[in-house]
Design a protein around this ligand. Structure first.
Ligand code: FAD
Length: 548
């Protein structure tokens, strides 16, 4: 595929295309790959380059005025080709059915469609994420998939349900998660041009403000470029998507798609933290509640086991959705981490070799687990913890505005007023107590829960931070009064301007968002093919759109 690096450009330029995609994270890369090989001329703009650059990262700075957030933005999003998949940890699963429903105890809930509608797109997300299967793995169906018998000691389904996450796997570096930027150049066809070091400052519309027309782009030298396109898809991530719309206020005060003052509102993340510590590192607990390896036609994937709250309990007690899992805290002298380091980096080779030879039994058990038992590697641990992660209630006051502080290009940075709520702490307390009781009831070692849980208190200070899953800031709704984009991802009232990513989620579920993001990008690609090329859904079905 063609690649244009604006860092090396000699002068300001004007580019033109049929579809312009802003951002090369999972949302943008998937869309570009789906449009690859079609008759559309596509430009894929990325603010960063192929290597990490502090100057590019600095453009992600935020001002936090609400619940405290991670301030080092590199920890929560990456301005680089591949976006935050550059550092993500690969946990995937589709949302649950209840996540799409309107729940009368939670205002502003409900998607324009249900899980059934998204299932074919979730299935197609498999190849982009390096999964064994795209759906049918996150509930009881896992045991059949894994060729194993369901454990006899199951939690009461009125309260808790099993939940499984699948870990993404890079198609070449199989011990790593899928990094979307790594193979991008060879995955795209000649009709797609990747433009790096191209930071979009503003989106322009026609004089009436009804159609998208062009983008104002700046390169690292400060030269301004223009991209003309009648179809623009913003895939810049959950925070930048809102920031770009708000900053594009040259013609329409308040920014694009913001006639009803919804852009930036309803910011959600996944409050997640340790809720208890197991008094000892129990072998049965590790054996049954950590990871499983399952073979598929395309290779082998790891799956993690946990729990989710039953939908019935959520309804009966007016809770949000929530999951829980056991987390290993790995010792600094763990032989398997030393082994992985040794394969990739020789700078600590002597120390790593010594660590491996000092733990022969653990290393041998790891080999047995890997080759024979098809389980995860047994690390040397200091501790086992119980972790809960929950959905947030959509709240219009949890929001992103433009700060008075600016980045080096004079663009106002995001001012983030993130909020958590009583229902989230109540849900986590309920979940933690149920899981601890379940472990006791099956004769397993139970975690010692944090004090605030027994006391019925809110989240203690400096706990439950954001976990790099910003969602909801350009939410989807059929009616412009309730959402920024329609069910197809097009901004209400602005023809040709689309958004893809977690910012369009009306609710955030308990689950990591990226598989849903990829599925929605595939769905949007189908919509664009239909609208711009007049391709019928039946013709689209067989096409993967990839060349690599
Ligand atoms: C440490 C870490 C661990 C994570 N683990 C998981 C996990 O296990 N499971 C999971 O589901 N999710 C995880 N996530 C979240 C996951 O990475 C995101 O959900 C996903 O990357 C979002 O994809 P996206 O394409 O919407 O946005 P991003 O990945 O944020 O990509 C946006 C892209 O747009 C570019 N961009 C931004 N602004 C502009 C502009 N103005 N002009 C041009 N380009 C621009 C950025 O440089 C970036 O490349 C993790 C994230 C982090 C940081």
């Amino acid at each position: 595929m063609p690649h244009l690096d604006l860092q090396a450009s000699e002068s300001a330029s004007t580019l033109a295309c049929d579809v312009c995609i802003i951002g090369t994270g999972p949302a943008g890369c998937t869309l570009a790959r789906e449009l690859s090989g079609t008759a559309l001329r596509v430009l894929l703009l990325e603010s960063g380059g192929f290597d990490r650059q502090e100057r590019a990262d600095a453009l992600n700075e935020i001002e936090s005025v609400g619940r405290s957030r991670v301030l080092n933005q590199w920890q929560v999003r990456n301005r680089i080709v591949g976006g935050s998949s550059h550092t993500w940890t690969g946990r995937c699963a589709p949302f649950d059915e209840i996540d799409f429903e309107h729940r009368d105890w939670l205002p502003h809930t409900g998607w324009p469609f249900g899980l059934d509608h998204l299932t074919p797109f979730l299935d197609r997300s498999r190849e982009y994420l390096g999964l064994g299967v795209g759906t049918g793995f996150s509930d009881d169906r896992f045991w059949k998939l894994a060729g194993q018998t369901q454990p006899a000691k199951r939690p009461d389904p009125d309260y808790l349900r099993p939940f499984f996450w699948q870990l993404s796997r890079d198609e070449v570096s199989r011990r790593d998660f899928m990094r979307f930027g790594r193979h991008l150049l060879r995955q795209l066809g000649a009709n797609v041009t990747l433009v790096t070091h191209a930071t979009v400052l503003r989106i322009h519309t026609d004089d009436a403000g009804l159609r998208v027309s062009s983008l104002e782009v700046i390169d690292p030298q400060g030269r301004r470029h223009t991209v003309r396109s009648s179809t623009v898809v913003v895939c810049a991530g959950g925070i930048e998507n809102a920031r770009l719309l708000l900053a594009s206020d040259q013609r329409i005060p308040g920014g694009l798609g913001n006639a009803n003052d919804l852009v930036g509102r309803f910011l959600m993340d996944h409050p997640r933290d340790t809720v208890g510590v197991f008094p000892r590192v129990s072998r049965p607990l590790r054996k049954h509640f950590l990871s499983y390896r399952v073979k598929s036609a395309t290779g082998e994937n790891r799956y993690l086991r946990g729990f989710r709250l039953s939908p019935e309990l959520q309804k009966a007690e007016h809770l949000v959705n929530c999951s829980a899992f056991v987390r290993e805290i790995i010792a600094p002298d763990d032989p398997w981490n030393a082994f992985t380091r040794l394969l990739n980096d020789r700078s600590t080779a002597r120390r790593d070799a010594l660590t491996i030879t000092s733990h022969p039994r653990l290393f041998a058990r790891g080999l047995y687990n890997y080759f024979l038992a098809r389980k995860g590697t047994p690390h040397k641990l200091t501790q086992l913890e119980l972790v809960c992660m929950c959905e947030q209630t959509p709240d219009p006051n949890s929001r992103i505005r433009l700060s008075n502080q600016t980045d080096r290009w004079g663009k106002r940075i995001s001012q983030i007023d993130w909020r958590t709520h009583e229902v989230e702490a109540r849900t986590i307390r309920r979940m933690a107590t149920l899981v601890a009781a379940h472990f006791s009831s099956i004769g397993e070692v139970a975690p010692r829960l944090e004090e605030w849980i027994g006391k019925g208190e809110p989240f203690p200070p400096n706990t439950f931070p954001d976990v790099a899953h910003p969602m909801g800031t350009t939410r989807m709704a059929d009616n412009a009064r309730n959402g920024v984009v329609d069910r197809h991802g097009e901004v209400h009232g602005i023809q040709g301007l689309y958004i893809s990513g977690s910012s369009t989620f009306p609710t955030g579920g308990h689950c990591n968002p990226t598989q849903m993001i990829v599925a929605l990008s595939i769905r949007l690609a189908d919509t664009l093919k239909q609208r711009l090329l007049d391709v019928l859904p039946a013709e689209i079905e067989g096409a993967t759109g990839t060349t690599g």
